[in-house]
Write a protein that binds this ligand. Structure first.
Ligand code: HDD
Length: 698
């Protein structure tokens, strides 16, 4: 191997390890590779050695700096919500809440405020898959003109526990079991269900998590909730309780469980990719922003405590008032700098928004700031660009600390000071009128460590949720619990959960017991007997979301000799509906159509199964179909689409493949025609009627 010397002239020649040459123009300062301290680097391919084949020298600061930086590239992942995907966008207020709040973000109609929104799963590590059954985090950082407002919510409006002191126990129970380090990103294991069985207050949230909301189709299709009750404060500092809601424009949509499991293998980054690709394509996800406003008197009249995070306020009792919208329209430039380093704090609130005494929220007010210190490593994490208040200046007299990036001038780092009287910089001062004020509440209670009696009803709302679901959703929910409990090895743990379910609904408990093939124990004794509440249609997904292809994806499986006219017809019709088309071919090089034209493939069949599409079309030639009859991936393509209740359009020649895959005719299986109308009509929704034919549900 010959080592060359860098010429040091305008055109330098960098050496590769193989002795090849990489020519680069490196003389211009703006394009020159340097060390972190600005020293130009002459050779980024070879370390400095004692002789051509000798050991590397300690003196090589270029090598040492590069390796050392690399060694420290990772920071601790978030203790929860480690797996996340984010985007930039804006929030626009459409209706003022001036009567209730003095926060400008809630009163200035038409103003667009920058936001950064991060979605996440809860239990899995940063490298885990996107589609486990789990709660999804929905955290929005509004860069308001009065400081950052972080609304750190979930896609489920209630929580597992009532008091923050139980949070570490909950998370320890759901994460990988302590001795064995598995399962990753899954609640289907002993320790989680052990904790749940012993914590009846978790039952309501379990209903939500086990419902189809736990397996969303896309991050663009999840609802968001602030979960905790907050307060708004108006100009006169009069308080109003508030619950925050995000509603996806595309509707709330889910996958089937079997589909979610298979997506995890086919595309572990399914949600991250979907969000990124949609935004890159200009198909910007959008949510409506709504509030439920409750006065103290109204809150007192409710049959549950609004300070209890395991309770929601049914929309039928207090309607949601839509006051704004959020559009996500820009992907992060750098995942680490933005998505990973984003630090959300429920304590970030502009004047006019305040917390409530919800004991879960109260603990959160400490935890988030604290966790950033170990995760981001410094009290100055607010100076990282993604966390910086950019809607307004920020200034105070806090100084120094690790990674201080601001250079403060002057002597005044204390207050009060009178340096301005001598013409020096005196520094910022408090603003009694415009600054953040907390609600003025009388506090005269005895100091206690207990749970309020008003928090004791653990089952009425769990019952409300179950009874408000459609028959399809009830079956999914029961089946999900059966699946999870089937992974529980300790019988007494299963029994305790079943006994709690008896308080939710006798039918649900029986279905789960039957699904497990075990005897149903007697219901546990609830602290408060569950009450029947008015069924809430708003809690459903099925039947509520728009029948549309907008924002979805359709896969067309093609073979050599396929009819290009049909492919074009399907593509045009699907795109006209606002969905994306992907061509799937046996080989990535594509196919030659009947008319001799080449058609490029977006995905190779073996790596592009039908689980990643919302509907599929099979446009095959006779020979193409015959050759696919011995290809497992092709048979699975059709079989899974059928099993996941998707519409299947097919060219007449593709019929043998459908037969081989066991696809039985129904309203969702249509032969393609020249305008693909019939296919589009059925592709707008899942074929729910098919489900009982393809799956044993609890
Ligand atoms: Fe939390 C992160 C949502 C209760 C402690 N939480 C975190 C994130 C979301 C939520 C979306 C990820 C933010 C991001 O994308 O960076 N958490 C919730 C909701 C809760 C909730 C909706 C109930 C209403 N959390 C909760 C409690 C505690 C925490 C009760 C502790 C007492 N949460 C944390 C944390 C995290 C976090 C440990 C980990 C990473 C971070 O904060 O920044 O502080």
């Amino acid at each position: 191997m010959t080592a060359r010397k860098s010429s040091g002239t305008a055109k330098s020649v960098a050496k590769t390890g193989q002795g090849g040459e990489l020519h680069q123009s490196a003389s211009a300062p703006e394009s020159r590779l340097t060390t972190n301290h600005g020293v130009p680097v002459s050779d980024n391919q070879n370390s400095l050695k004692a002789g051509r084949r000798g050991p590397t020298l300690l003196e090589d600061f270029v090598l040492r700096e590069k390796i050392q930086h690399f060694d420290h590239e990772r920071i601790p992942e978030r203790i929860v919500h480690a797996r996340g995907s984010a985007a930039h966008g804006f929030f626009e207020l459409t209706d003022t809440l001036a009567e209730f709040s003095r926060a400008r973000i809630l009163t200035e109609v038409g103003v667009k405020t920058e936001v950064f929104t991060r979605f996440s799963t809860v239990a899995g590590g940063a490298g885990s898959v996107d589609t486990p059954r789990d709660v999804r985090g929905f955290a929005v950082k509004f860069y308001t003109r009065e400081g950052n407002w972080d609304l750190v919510g979930n896609n489920i409006p209630v929580f597992f526990i009532q008091d923050a002191i139980k949070f570490p126990d909950l998370i320890h129970a759901v994460k990988m079991e302590a001795d064995r380090g598995y399962p990753q990103a899954a609640s289907a294991h002993d320790t989680f269900w052990d904790f749940i069985g012993l914590m009846p207050e978790a039952t309501h949230m379990i209903m939500w998590a086990m419902s189809d909301r736990g397996i969303p189709r896309s991050l663009r299709m999840i609802e968001g909730f602030g979960v905790n009750t907050f307060r708004l404060l108006n100009d006169k500092d009069e308080p109003t309780f508030v619950k925050f809601h995000w509603r996806p424009k595309l509707g709330t949509q889910s996958t089937c469980w079997d589909e979610a499991v298979k997506i995890a293998g086919a595309d572990p980054d399914y949600h991250r990719r979907d969000l990124h690709e949609a935004i890159a394509a200009g198909d910007f996800p959008e949510w409506e922003f709504g509030v439920q406003l409750i006065s103290q008197d109204e809150a007192d009249a409710l049959p549950f405590d609004i300070l209890d995070a395991t309770k929601l306020i049914p929309e039928e009792m207090v309607p949601i008032r839509i006051i704004g919208r959020m559009v996500l329209n820009r992907n992060p430039d750098n995942f680490f700098a933005e998505t990973e380093q984003a630090a959300f704090l429920p304590t970030n609130m502009p004047p006019g928004i305040d917390v409530s005494e919800d004991p879960l929220l109260q603990g959160r007010l400490f935890s988030y700031q604290d966790t950033q210190l170990s995760r981001l490593g410094t009290v100055n994490f607010h100076q990282i660009p993604i966390n910086r208040a950019k809607g307004c200046p920020f200034q105070n007299l806090q100084r120094d600390g690790q990674m201080q990036t601001q250079v403060f001038a002057g002597r005044a780092n204390y207050e009060p000071n009178s340096l301005a009287e001598a013409g020096e910089v005196g520094g910022p001062r408090e603003d009694p009128a415009g600054g953040f004020r907390s609600v003025a509440l009388p506090m005269q209670e005895t100091k206690v460590r207990l749970r309020a009696d008003s928090f004791a009803d653990h089952f009425s709302q769990a019952r409300l949720f179950y009874r408000s679901q459609t028959a399809i959703e009830q079956a999914h929910l029961a089946s999900a619990i059966v699946f999870e409990l089937s992974k529980v090895t300790l019988e007494h743990v299963r029994d305790r959960v079943l006994a709690n379910l008896g308080n939710v609904d006798a039918d649900l408990a029986q279905r789960v017991a039957d699904g497990l093939n075990v005897a149903l124990p007697k219901p546990s004794t609830p602290a408060v007997k569950p009450r029947d509440m008015e069924v809430s249609q708003a809690l459903r997904i099925v039947g509520k979301y728009p029948e549309t292809l907008v924002g979805r994806a359709v896969g067309i499986l093609v073979s050599d000799g396929a009819d290009g006219v049909l492919v074009d017809a399907v593509r045009a019709a699907v795109e006209a509906e606002g969905a994306v088309v992907k061509i799937v071919a046996p080989k990535i090089g594509g196919v030659t159509l009947k008319n001799g034209k080449r058609l490029k493939a977006d995905g190779q069949l073996a790596g592009t199964p039908s689980v990643i599409f919302d509907a599929v079309a099979l446009v095959l030639s006779k020979d193409g179909c015959t050759s696919l009859l011995t290809e497992g991936a092709a048979i699975d393509f059709a079989r899974d689409a059928f099993g996941h209740l998707k519409a299947i359009g097919f060219s007449a020649e593709a019929k043998p493949l459908l037969d081989k895959a066991g696809v039985e005719p129904d309203a969702g299986i249509v032969e393609l025609d020249k305008d693909a109308d019939t296919f589009i009509a059925v592709a707008r929704t899942r074929q729910w009627d098919r489900e009982r034919k393809v799956r044993m549900l609890a």
